[in-house]
Design a protein around this ligand. Structure first.
Ligand code: GLN
Ligand code: ZN
Length: 769
């Protein structure tokens, strides 16, 4: 490749870095502050130390322009709410009295005041706090954090670029405040919000920012013409400001589509675009609009949300194409590195053969720097690195771990018949009725019972080697005995073993499947101070031995009532893991589904009359663009059916989903062809039952009648009332009685009291029917 003059300025940058620190120091400092063990000064000092360390790590990796303002004590959308002064009235006094405590009150609530709602950040597993806006919202610029962090970075001698959530995205992520009409559209507040952004930009300029990045990931979702017009107006008006830094408008997680020409025409100095996964379409789209003459393009060619090394050669060829399309091309990971762990070299337990395929935040920063150098100095300057990268990629492609012939042969042999139950639901339900002999309105739970401190301690003891596997198993078996005896006494109809042995509903299976890897330090922020360590789908998936059958058998031997086998479905296994990027998701899902299919049929052979396969993540991995959804739902539902359709007609398949806007997946829920589905429904007062009925859903439904997210105990009357609402939509023959979700986060006292209400309500209604 030849070096064009346009490439002379190419540099490496990033939009954000993991906040927690290598030893999760931030979590410790914040939780210590909440407990009163750490002072505010100490917390803020720890945070400043982490920012300094994060910038240094980026700079050491070769990043030339570092982001600022991406750091957060809880969430960057909440930080934006503070920066634009959109404090909900119920939190106003607390924020005025003490900004730090008021900030945490908005995030977590207090005894008297509810927190902001939390929801997923686009299709990631990061949760943000939802801004609450209404016609009375008054914005006011509060540049303290943005300016303070910029000054810190500048004082350390870094070239720094502040990052803010852009105004369009901020408003799109907001919802009507409590008490405001449901149909209030936050985007109507644009005129009030823009002067506040103008002020923030002016303050940042005055503090020394040459560039400011405005993140607009909302523009990679389908937007109406009116919304696109609003985006055009935003950047026309911000562009027209005189007292402002140069503007870099960033998009990520998908292609810009119709928003690309809008931003390309806008009077801003730069755009940052994602070129990975479905966003690769940005490349052709950019050419189609004639590129970005006169503008800076930041090219997100490194997948910022997965953990695999980049194909540097492929990225260089993308970059070479882009050189002809913009005035200046810089290199970056596709999105903030918030979504990946910090450092792959800490994973000393991972087979070095596999470890060389991994790139976490630090390694991704280095890849960006290397590519920028390749652009600047020509590929000749990075020949050795390119050769090493090619060797790593080749080792991955040729590895027996990623190519298990037995797994490949089996997935290739899957026929459409394998993804369909042999009999239709109408036949199955008769066979299941005869086998199970359940009363009308059968009662059950979703799987887990309280994960008590004792259970967690036993697991910690096992992991630390303080107790052996036999002692651990005995403790778990004792718990299963208690849970079974309790459920019999409580009068539940379909029992569960309670999942005491499961650390997590995905990790538990990942640890037992070949092809899955666990990390030791691979923490990723889920929300606030909660971090998860997603397992890695690294290779072809197979099941060396049954995973849950012994536990099922142990529980079923204790009772004459049916015990449900309990598994996590293929879509959720993928959604809460780092997935392979070297084959279609559908293929990985098929492999996981076949492993689960064997488990389902083994459970059936061990006597399970009911097997539940949870798919709480089906809705959340729905692609951002509607055009991509049918293909996703097609493979996702096929994978579920592949896992569950190997059983006899009289074996009842249940599935479960947590709260979601089910509207977009109604057809998919039907396509799962599960005999029974349980869903979260209490808070929406059984709305989902009506939606399913409206969509003609023909099978059995258990809309939850106990909100397990709160310790509050529902009365029998409340449960009766909810069930009546359920019965208005679903006939009694097809209605189940169950809580909203698993009980692992609940204590025993409220569990006993609530299940009493639930069983009492079912009995009362049965007597009436
Ligand atoms: N079976 C799981 C449990 O009860 C389901 C959890 C979930 O849906 N998130 O814990
Ligand atoms: Zn759930």
């Amino acid at each position: 490749m030849t070096t064009k003059s346009a490439a002379a300025a190419a540099l490496a940058t990033a939009y954000g870095y993991p906040r927690q620190g290598r030893g999760r120091e931030l979590k410790k400092a914040i939780e210590g502050y909440w407990k009163g063990a750490v002072t505010a000064e100490a917390l803020l000092a720890a945070a400043a130390d982490l920012r300094r360390e994060n910038w240094q790590q980026l700079v050491d990796a070769g990043i030339e322009e570092v982001p600022t303002g991406d750091f957060s004590l809880y969430d960057h959308v909440l930080d934006t709410t503070v920066a634009v002064g959109a404090i909900p009235p119920r939190h106003r006094a607390a924020v005025d009295a003490d900004p730090l405590d008021g900030y945490f009150a908005m995030a977590r609530g207090t005894q008297d005041v509810a927190p902001l709602e939390m929801t997923k950040w686009f299709d990631t597993n990061y949760h943000y706090l939802v801004p609450e806006l209404g016609p009375d919202t008054v914005f006011a610029a509060n540049p303290a954090k943005a300016v303070g962090e910029l000054k810190e970075a500048l004082a350390l001698g870094h070239d720094a670029r502040p990052v803010l959530v852009g105004p369009v995205t901020y408003l799109q992520l907001a919802k009507p405040a409590p008490g405001v009409a449901e149909d209030f559209e936050p985007i109507t507040l644009l005129d009030r919000l823009l002067p506040v952004y103008a002020e923030l930009l002016a303050e940042l300029r005055a503090a020394g920012a040459a560039w400011v990045q405005l993140d607009e990931p909302a523009l990679v979702q389908d937007r109406t013409p009116a919304e696109l017009n609003a985006a055009a107006r935003v950047y026309r008006e911000l562009g027209a400001l005189t007292e402002r830094p140069k503007l870099l408008v960033a998009s990520y997680f998908d292609r810009l589509g119709d928003a690309l020409p809008v931003l390309a025409k806008a009077p801003v100095e730069g755009l940052a675009l994602d070129f990975t996964g479905p966003a690769a379409a940005n490349l052709d789209d950019l050419a189609a609009v004639g590129g970005l003459p006169g503008k800076r393009l930041v090219a997100g060619v490194i997948d910022g949300r997965n953990i695999w090394i980049n194909d540097l050669g492929a990225s260089l060829s993308t970059l070479a194409t882009l050189l002809g399309l913009a005035d200046r091309v810089d290199v970056a990971p596709s999105c903030s590195l918030l979504h990946v762990p910090i450092d792959a070299t800490l994973e000393r337990d991972i087979d070095p053969q596999i470890a060389r395929w991994l790139a976490f935040a630090k390694q991704k920063a280095r890849e960006a720097a290397l590519l920028a150098r390749g652009l600047r100095e020509g590929t000749g300057a990075i020949t050795a690195e390119l050769a090493a990268n090619r060797a790593d990629l080749a080792s991955r492609a040729a590895s027996p771990i990623t190519r298990d012939p037995a797994v490949r042969a089996r997935t290739a042999a899957v026929t459409p018949g394998d993804t369909r139950r042999a009999q239709p639901y109408a036949v199955r339900t008769e066979a299941q009725r005869a086998r199970l002999g359940l009363p009308l309105l059968p009662t059950t739970t979703i799987g887990s019972f309280p994960q008590t401190t004792d259970l967690r301690l036993a697991r910690a003891d096992l992991n630390a080697g303080r107790i052996g596997p036999d002692t651990y198993r005995e403790r778990m078996e004792a718990e299963v005995r208690e849970v079974i005896a309790y459920q019999e006494k409580a009068g539940l109809d379909v029992l569960v073993h309670g999942e005491p042995e499961r650390n997590d509903m995905v990790q538990y299976f990942a640890e037992q499947l070949t092809g899955y890897l666990a990390t030791r330090h691979g923490w990723v922020q889920s929300y606030g101070t909660r971090y998860v360590r997603p397992p890695v789908l690294a290779g072809d998936i197979s099941r060396p031995h049954p995973m849950t059958v012994d536990w099922f058998r142990y529980a079923q031997d204790l009772t004459d009532r049916p015990v449900k086998g309990m598994l996590t479905g293929p879509v959720t296994m993928l959604a809460w893991s780092f997935v392979r990027d070297d084959q279609p998701l559908a293929e990985t899902a098929r492999q996981v589904a076949l492993a689960l299919r064997d488990e389902v049929t083994d459970l059936e052979a061990a006597g399970a009359a009911v097997v539940q396969v949870d798919e709480p993540a089906l809705r959340e991995t729905l692609p951002l663009r509607a055009a991509d959804r049918p293909a996703y739902l097609d493979w996702a539902t096929a994978a579920f059916r592949l896992a569950t359709s190997g059983v006899r007609a009289d074996t009842q398949i249940h599935t479960h989903m947590c709260y979601a806007e089910f509207g977009a997946i109604m057809t998919a829920i039907d396509e799962l062809d599960a005999d029974v589905i349980s869903l979260e429904a209490t808070r929406s007062h059984m709305q989902v039952a009506g939606e399913l009925a409206g969509a003609g859903y023909p099978r059995e439904v258990g809309p939850g009648v106990w909100d397990i997210h709160s310790p509050r105990v529902p009365s029998t009357e409340e449960a009766v009332e909810l069930l009546r609402a359920g019965l208005a939509a679903i006939p009694a023959e097809r209605l189940w009685v169950n809580p909203d979700c698993g009980l692992k986060t609940r204590g025993w006292p409220e569990t006993r009291a609530s299940l009493d209400s639930l069983v009492g309500a079912a009995r009362r209604l049965r007597a009436e029917l």
